[in-house]
Ligand binder design. Structure first.
Ligand SMILES: Cc1cc2nc3c(=O)[nH]c(=O)nc-3n(C[C@H](O)[C@H](O)[C@H](O)COP(=O)(O)OP(=O)(O)OC[C@H]3O[C@@H](n4cnc5c(N)ncnc54)[C@H](O)[C@@H]3O)c2cc1C
Ligand code: SF4
Length: 406
């Protein structure tokens, strides 16, 4: 049954110390203020408040882990049901984007290059454009959105929601150059040569972590992050084994079951899962099964071969036994996390990375190259949309300060 958003808003106590905002939300969404405006039917003002705080508010209303964030910290949830703010946020942000007419800001003479159009890049592009900068977004793929477009499945985040941001960029005068990889034909040095005052890197984490085992290069083996880009292009058969039990693995399981597979089994090498409980429940509801305590050893012509794990009393991984378990399947999909690609680090002198390949930045989001800022997964490693927005807001403020605008 759909949540009745007016009833939900009326239940809110508009707390003086709102834990939903202060503790629950990484970008401190002003939830009680938004709800007050909503109750007064000031929908556009409520939407403006949300957008000013988080330009990705509409996306977050769809994909944030609300039950551990705003809704998980709502005081009403202690003894009953929390206020379902995500449904209110979705309605308000959707209506706001329908009605808003962004005015072209007065140009301030500064030019900004944004590399990557995921939530981090979009947040920086929108923030800098609203401050009057001339912004160009360079995106290696055809469409904007990053993981929102090419990772999160359509049944969780419809593509038309992501594509609404095209209009926002157009209204704000932001130019987008699709199918353009910086670190390929064009380098960061070329951007400065062409007169950009500041560069933002929001290139995410798109290199699949490998397992270092035999069989990963077989024709029926994929990495989850690559598979999700275009599931219909992969011939997966009926039985799919998924190595890994994080959120990406759950998305892969739910996607294969919608694309012809009859059985999707996820394998955990310990006694639990790393995905959020909501995602696990939905994957199981869709028919996915989870097997615990099996450590991948190799992949042969029949499918994955595991060794049974030794587990501690609490289910933690302690070691592996000599007992082998052969699983037969049509396709294996490996989902054991991602790291950033290293194109920009290789082609930009002085751009320092951590051992994990993430970019090193200051508090203000500046990398080790003057005038080059970064945020999102390329800095934190794989995290969430709202964390990418949080870092991008800080980086955008740092960029405006660097250009003498704040
Ligand atoms: C399958 C999956 C499901 C997820 N589900 C959720 C969820 O439900 N909720 C949630 O909060 N988070 C989720 N996440 C995590 C979340 O999507 C990411 O944390 C977030 O998208 C990171 O944003 P970003 O802008 O840093 O990078 P990305 O979204 O990865 O965007 C980076 C962009 O940069 C482009 N790019 C890369 N290199 C270059 C280059 N050299 N030149 C030009 N362009 C380049 C890429 O094409 C891409 O468009 C999920 C992640 C995955 C993989
Ligand atoms: S904690 Fe719950 S009741 Fe209090 S302001 Fe937030 S949503 Fe409303």
């Amino acid at each position: 049954m759909a949540i009745h958003i007016v009833e939900e808003a009326n239940r809110c106590l508009t707390c003086k110390q709102p834990q939903c905002k202060l503790k629950g939300c990484p970008v401190h969404t002003p939830i009680p203020d938004v709800i007050k405006l909503f109750r007064e039917r000031k929908i556009e003002e409520a939407g403006q408040l949300l957008f000013d705080n988080n330009p990705m508010s509409l996306i977050c209303s769809h994909v944030c882990n609300h039950s551990s964030q705003c809704e998980g910290n709502c005081v009403l949830g202690r003894k009953g049901s929390p206020v379902h703010f995500s449904s209110i946020e979705s309605y308000v942000s959707d209506t706001f984007l329908d009605r808003v007419e962004f005015e072209k800001p007065t140009p301030n003479g500064k030019r900004v290059a944004v590399i990557g159009s995921g939530p981090a890049g979009l947040t920086v592009a929108i923030t800098c454009a609203r401050a009057g900068c001339e912004v160009t977004v360079f995106e290696q793929k055809q469409e904007i959105g990053g993981v929102l477009e090419y990772g999160i499945p359509d049944f969780r985040l419809p593509k038309q929601v992501v594509r609404r941001y095209r209009q926002v960029l157009t209204d704000l005068g932001v130019r987008v150059r699709p199918s353009t990889t910086i670190g390929g034909a064009l380098l960061i040095d070329d951007l400065f040569l062409d007169g950009y005052d500041c560069v933002f890197i929001g290139t995410g984490a798109w290199r699949a972590k490998t397992l270092g085992i035999q069989g990963q290069a077989r024709g029926n083996v994929y990495f989850g992050i690559d598979y999700l880009v275009d599931p219909r292009s992969c011939d997966i058969g009926r039985d799919v084994a998924i190595i890994g039990v994080g959120n990406v693995a759950m998305d892969v399981a739910r996607t294969v079951l919608r694309n012809g597979a009859r059985h999707a089994t996820l394998y955990s090498n310990w006694g639990g899962v790393s995905a959020s409980s909501d995602e696990v429940e939905l994957a199981e509801l869709d028919g996915a099964q989870i097997e615990y305590g099996l450590s991948i050893d190799l992949i042969n012509e029949k499918g994955p071969v595991f060794r049974r794990s030794i587990l501690g009393e609490d289910g933690s991984f302690v070691g592996i036994t000599d007992e082998h378990v052969q699983v037969e399947c049509d396709t294996v999909i490996i989902c054991v996390s991602q790291v950033p690609k290293d194109k920009l680090a290789f082609t930009t002198r002085g751009l320092a990375t951590s051992e994990k390949g993430t970019l090193i930045v200051s508090e203000a989001g500046e990398t080790t190259v003057a005038g080059v800022f970064a945020a999102g997964d390329v800095v934190t490693g794989p995290k969430t949309v709202v964390h990418a927005v949080d870092g991008a807001k800080r980086a955008a403020a740092g960029m405006l300060h660097y250009m003498g605008l704040e």
